[in-house]
Write a protein that binds this ligand. Structure first.
Ligand code: ATP
Length: 548
């Protein structure tokens, strides 16, 4: 994805004022947001972070904004359905702006509304896509909903869905290009082209040329796309969300704020989060780290907090422990978060592309530090690799410091740049494969009495007990296992530096159970609500979506 100002360099994000995708050189970070140099030139006061925060707050207080009308920009009818009921899959993306809104919130509102018309065959799905896409607002999330209903209800589903997404999306912001996909099948399957769009969008950049080719290749099911134009960017994420089939999966309960509180600071009792984290340590992840509440986002979006974990009922129990401000709605999503789906295994840096997250074998040369950033300098064949580890990942820096020349490791990180034979990565984790032993040289031992010999000249030693001299001896080489690092171990970033897709090590056992089919996904009731007054109960297994 290229900078829309210089049209040359890789874009790193978008301008929070005008919405253009911009490179590092044509923008500046003001706090957590990126602003392009053109906007800073016309509004220099925004360079001051406090002024920028006031600007954001004034925008996010806007309660009435012009809604957009989404219209049908693509449809593909593969066949007429005879069977009833049918399965309706809805994908939504790109509805928010730096001033508020969140696609998951619209997904939850829509899910609640559609419960009146059809039966959910899955939880609402929170699908994270490639975390390195510069067009993302926060976590590059899209939403899919899957319902079973009678064919004669399809028109009302369509009308409710199009109206809701049209009226709530922040399409007034330059970057926001909302999209909605409605896909209908007679059995519980998806076309393989949709699955391929998902796989590509979680691991790479999905250009419109690829997307359109796949959409035209759909031979199973009928698809309709609603957006403001044929190349609205949101179409990519919304289609990818429908195509998600999850062999490993987690859940996140998202709790949404009351409208009147949106511009005030979030109130969550930190002690209650510590209590919850202690009781549900093995079933939930990324709750709290280094005194930071990771469950709560920063900024003006409607999410109060989210609890991530492996089992839906455990998450609902954890929710009851938390003390916080009044909320308007909660919804339990099934997700690909914490599953490592974004990592592409490659053997040579030749295969690495910008915006990907790769896993690559390298041999370490040394480790250096400049200001707060640590650099793993390494090689792979004729390539030189630099892996950057930032201040926020200080625990990972601590382990990386122990790497020595000749150590074979796998580095996992996002591709920052690739030029000539030089690859720069932002390291997310590393795995030790083969570590050089620590070498100790000691004087030899006397063959007669076992005492440690003393050195007399370059190759001559003598025994202090027997007083014998031994010419032509060399030092003993003693190999010790390495201090500070273990072989074949994963060294991951601390939770506060996790991407949404990062696999937390504490999940490894649950991941294995899910991948092997030991733990199947199941539905519980309720999966959405407006109060904490509920008693979860099991409804049944979730049938695996097949790919045709
Ligand atoms: P939120 O989580 O609140 O919805 P976000 O961080 O998900 O915000 P979006 O506003 O959805 O960000 O913007 C991401 C945009 O990037 C969307 O238009 C989406 O379609 C697009 N996109 C996502 N993944 C890819 C990809 N792999 N290739 C190209 N475009 C992508």
């Amino acid at each position: 994805m290229i900078c829309e100002i210089c049209n040359r360099k890789l874009a790193r994000g978008y301008c929070a004022i005008c919405g253009k995708l911009v490179c590092e050189e044509d923008s500046e970070m003001i706090g957590f947001a990126r602003i392009c140099l053109d906007c800073l030139k016309s509004q220099p006061e925004l360079r001051n972070y406090n002024n920028f925060k006031k600007y954001l707050a004034s925008k996010s207080r806007l309660t009435s904004f012009s809604s957009v009308q989404l219209t049908k920009v693509f449809s593909r009818i593969s066949h007429k359905f005879r069977s009833d009921p049918v399965y309706i899959h809805i994908g939504i993306d790109d509805t928010d702006s730096p001033y508020g809104m969140c696609t998951t919130y619209l997904g939850a509102l829509l899910f609640e509304r559609l419960l009146e018309i059809g039966d959910p065959v899955d939880y609402p799905l929170l699908i994270r896509l490639n975390p390195n896409i510069p067009a993302k607002t926060r976590g590059n999330g899209a939403v899919a909903l899957r319902f079973r209903t009678n064919l004669d209800k399809f028109d009302s589903v369509r009308e409710i869905t199009v109206n809701l997404i049209s009226s709530y999306s922040h399409a007034f912001f330059g970057k926001t290009s909302p999209a909605l996909i409605i896909y209908i099948t007679d059995e519980f399957y998806i076309d393989k082209n949709l699955y391929e769009i998902y796989l590509n969008s979680i691991r790479d950049v999905t250009p419109f040329s690829y997307l359109n080719k796949k959409l035209k290749g759909i031979t199973h099911g009928n698809i309709e796309i609603y957006a403001t134009k044929t190349n609205s960017r949101g179409i990519i994420g919304a289609t990818a969300a429908i195509g998600a089939v999850l062999s490993d999966f987690t859940y996140e309960l998202l709790v949404y704020r009351k409208k009147e509180r949106l511009s005030s600071p979030r109130f969550i009792d930190a002690n209650s989060v510590y209590e919850m984290d202690k009781i549900y340590a093995s079933f939930t992840f990324d709750n709290i780290d280094d005194g930071r509440l990771l469950i709560a986002p920063v900024g003006p979006d409607p999410v109060l907090f989210g609890i991530r974990g492996d089992y839906p009922d455990k998450i609902l129990e954890a929710f009851k422990i938390l003390r916080h401000e009044d909320f308007s709605l909660w919804a339990l999503f099934r997700s690909n978060q914490g599953t490592h789906g974004h990592v592409v295994k490659i053997d040579s840096p030749n295969e690495a592309r910008p915006h990907q997250t790769i896993m690559l074998p390298v041999v370490a040369i040394d480790v250096t530090k400049k200001e707060d950033t640590l650099f793993i300098n390494a090689v792979n064949a004729e390539w030189s690799i630099t892996g950057r580890i930032f201040k926020m990942q200080r625990e990972l820096q601590h382990y990386a410091k122990h790497l020595m020349e000749g150590d074979k490791i796998l580095v996992i990180g996002s591709v920052h740049s690739r030029q000539g034979n030089k690859l720069i990565l932002n390291i997310e984790e590393f795995i030790t494969i083969n570590l050089q032993p620590e070498v100790e040289l000691r004087n030899p031992i006397c063959p007669f009495c076992g005492s440690r010999l003393k050195k007399k000249s370059k190759y001559t030693y003598f025994c202090p007990s027997c007083r014998k001299t031994f010419p032509h001896l060399k030092k003993l080489v003693i190999l010790h296992p390495r201090k500070g690092l273990l072989e074949r171990k994963r060294y991951e970033s601390p939770p506060r530096a996790h991407r949404h897709l990062t696999l937390p090590s504490k999940r490894l056992i649950f991941r294995a159970r899910k991948l092997s089919g030991l733990d199947k996904p199941y539905l519980i009731y309720p999966m959405i609500g407006r109060s904490k007054n509920f008693k979860p109960r099991y409804i049944g297994e979730i049938r695996e979506l097949s790919i045709r």
